[in-house]
Design a protein around this ligand. Structure first.
Ligand SMILES: C[S@@+](CC[C@H](N)C(=O)[O-])C[C@H]1O[C@@H](n2cnc3c(N)ncnc32)[C@H](O)[C@@H]1O
Length: 256
């Protein structure tokens, strides 16, 4: 699969040792200083980020933005979509890891989340971010990190744990207005070259023995696949299409 070339740079003024190690591990070109327009993976002794066209994207689960998201309302909708209830925290296989913002919210709600990301640089950044979150000064961030497990590779080569929930947030073709959207979106599009495998991801997910599949979509986007969702939960900009595959254990009605 073609993935955008990334050059590894050491953070300015810091030892290049870790940057060299990561370049070797990810089989990427190491440079002492930027000599291409990017994207660059900048690796410091305790922090790492990706830079592209002057924009910098780091994954920090204890940033004020992420801690604010915990109280944002989106997490409540997401939690209902995967079936979180009092004393019920389904294991989630997040098959489209990205920057793991949704995965963090789910882990924060109490779910054990396996995060799969096929872009090696992103997968490494996620692993690094989870390791940093495990020793965060914020207890709730440490607890959530303890429920997050990152794997690098293509989700479609994995078997999801039976009775878990598959969560899909595939790449979606950019709308005109969203051109300059968030720098994270631009970066993701560059790193993944906007490779949209949503149809085959859906076909893979449909074959798994999971309890439900949750698909995040822009509000007016078409449903993935041919099946009709069991129900849909809509927010301001996105909706969650929920496909319940079998009754939850205990036999209670579980449409939400
Ligand atoms: C829209 S982003 C997901 C954003 C994520 N939900 C978040 O909260 O940050 C989609 C991500 O899924 C990844 N992806 C797409 N298909 C994949 C696959 N088959 N296996 C693993 N990762 C995949 C892409 O590389 C991209 O990083």
């Amino acid at each position: 699969m073609p993935i955008q070339d990334v050059t590894v740079l050491p953070a300015s003024g810091e030892s290049p040792k870790r940057a060299r190690e990561i370049a070797t591990r990810l089989a990427l070109l190491y440079c002492d200083r930027a000599n291409t327009s990017g994207p660059h993976l900048v690796v410091g002794e305790t922090a790492a980020w990706v830079e592209l066209a002057g924009a910098k994207v780091a994954i920090r689960f204890d940033s004020s933005t992420m801690r604010h998201r915990r109280r944002g309302g989106h997490n409540e909708l997401l939690g209902r979509a995967v079936g979180v209830k009092e004393n019920r925290y389904p294991a989630v296989f997040d098959a489209t890891g990205g920057l793991a913002r949704d995965a963090f919210l789910l882990a924060d709600l109490g779910c054990n989340v396996t995060i799969c990301e096929r872009v090696p640089v992103l997968a490494w950044l996620l692993q690094d971010a989870v390791a940093a979150a495990e020793v965060s000064v914020y207890g709730e961030v440490r607890e959530a990190a303890g429920r997050m497990h990152v794997i690098a590779g293509d989700s479609q080569e994995r078997v999801a744990e039976p009775h878990s929930v598959i969560y899909l947030d595939p790449m979606f073709p950019e709308r005109k207005k969203a051109a300059a959207v968030k720098k994270e979106a631009a970066l993701l599009q560059c790193l993944t070259q906007s490779l949209d495998d949503s149809d085959s991801l859906w076909a893979w997910a449909s074959q798994q023995a999971v309890e439900r599949i949750v698909v995040k979509r822009p509000l007016r986007a078409p449903t993935l696949g041919q099946a009709k969702p069991s129900h849909t939960l809509s927010g301001k900009a996105v909706r969650f299409d929920v496909f319940v595959r079998q009754p939850a254990s205990g036999g209670s009605s579980d449409s939400e």
